[in-house]
Structure formats: C-alpha cells, structure tokens
Design a protein around this ligand. Sequence first.
Ligand code: SF4
Length: 65
Amino acid sequence: MRVEVDHDLCEGHSKCEKSAPGVFEVRDDDLSYVLLDPVPEEHREGVERAVRVCPRGAIRLIEDA
Ligand code: SF4
C-alpha cells in the first residue's frame, strides 16, 4: 500500500506520528511526511489508526492495484 498526506489539510498535530511511528514524521514546518513508499503491510494497523484519528482527514491509504 501507499500512503499520502494532503498538505493543504494537515495541521501538524502529530496524531499520525504517534499512531504509526516510523511511517509518519512531522517536521519543523508542521506538516506530516510519509517516510516509506510503499508502506510495508506490518504498518497497516498503525496507518489505519492514523487515518481514523487524524482530525483533518488528511491521510489517504492507497491499496496496491
Ligand atoms: S494527524 Fe493529520 S493533521 Fe495531524 S499531523 Fe498527522 S496528517 Fe497532519
């Protein structure tokens, strides 16, 4: 799977980073960056949690074709 963060929506609250450490990194610009592409399956649970808890709905999970 792949994961995208919409930087027009992201406000840098870091809930994604806490849900899936190693997948998301919130940087000094208060935006979350995806560190892995593709994201290995072992991170699925954390990524799905991040999608649920992101207060801005900024995270999109894209399944492999
Ligand atoms: S939880 Fe959502 S709004 Fe907050 S930093 Fe992560 S992607 Fe951005």
